[in-house]
Design a binder for this molecule. Structure first.
Ligand code: KMH
Ligand code: ZN
Length: 275
């Protein structure tokens, strides 16, 4: 495990409404400003969901391509597009996200209940995503919402081989209603299961809502990396809405320093991720 901390910012997501969370970056200008400021604070990766002119989630191909280009022109961040999209997005549109040519893309390792919805990730779809990313040289971040998703990843890699670049990186998304809880115990169980994946596999973790702090501290204590942002957390502390993504990144950076595992630069992160 590296000594530094890879910090990913997930600034927007597909679940919060701009009307209810005014600080959510939904336009390209808002996203670029967020990206630049989060990079200056210590983020190395940006996990991107985009919105349309009405601030609704979209997977519009041209808009995705323009976003990738603009983030690359404005920052040195590693651009990771979400292939998860919103729970209503069809598989074809989610696969087509890769046409935008990101550095990385998310690849969720199985279906999970998602509040009152279902986040559908059929095995054949996961295989398509994984193999298409291999062909295109896009580095996956395997999203793990439940312990069994790590077993599914073991099966995927065993049958279809390592991802582009040869390095395996997973992200534990914890505390989704329907998935694993955002607790130290659950994180340690996942961390143990990572040992069954290829040598050198790295992990980050994010805790939804109020599980953000226990997950962040547990990840740092067990050699993991961090994902933070308004996709996952819109309340900074009890009764205190998040002011901006920068506030969350700054807290993660401070925690990483406290753990004596300072943030990795995008260049160091690229090396870590085999890019
Ligand atoms: N919006 C969720 C349904 C991902 O980005 O890959 C899925 C999600 C995961 O956010
Ligand atoms: Zn996402």
């Amino acid at each position: 495990m590296t000594t530094g901390t890879l910090i990913t910012v997930a600034p927007t997501g597909a679940e919060s409404a701009k009307a209810e969370v005014p600080a959510l970056p939904v336009t390209l200008d808002e996203l670029l400003l967020t990206a630049k400021e989060c990079e200056a604070l210590g983020a190395a990766v940006i996990h991107v969901h985009i919105r349309d002119d009405e601030a609704k989630p979209t997977l519009d191909p041209a808009r995705l391509r323009d976003t990738v280009t603009a983030v690359r022109e404005s920052t040195g961040l590693i651009v990771q597009l979400s292939t998860g999209g919103a729970v209503t997005d069809p598989e074809a549109a989610r696969l087509a996200v890769l046409d935008a040519g990101p550095d990385m893309a998310s690849c969720t390792m199985g279906t999970v209940n998602f509040g009152n919805d279902v986040f559908l990730n059929r095995w054949e779809f996961v295989v398509d995503l994984h193999t298409r990313m291999q062909e295109r040289g896009v580095v996956p971040e395997y999203e793990i919402f439940d312990l069994g998703h790590l077993t599914a990843l073991q099966r995927l890699l065993g049958k279809y081989g390592l991802p582009a670049g040869g390095h395996v990186h997973v992200d534990f998304v914890m505390g989704v209603p329907g998935g694993m809880p955002g607790t130290a115990e659950a994180l340690v169980a996942c961390r143990q299961a990572v040992r069954d994946l290829p040598e050198g596999t790295t992990f980050s973790a994010t805790g939804i809502g109020r599980s953000t702090i226990p997950v962040m501290l547990s990840a740092l204590a067990t050699g993991g990396h961090l994902r933070v942002g308004m996709e996952d957390t819109v309340t900074y502390a009890k009764g205190q809405p998040v002011e901006s993504n920068m506030q969350l990144v700054a807290r993660a950076v401070a925690a990483a320093h406290l753990a004596q595992r300072p943030p990795l630069t995008p260049t160091e992160a690229r090396r870590l991720l085999g890019m």
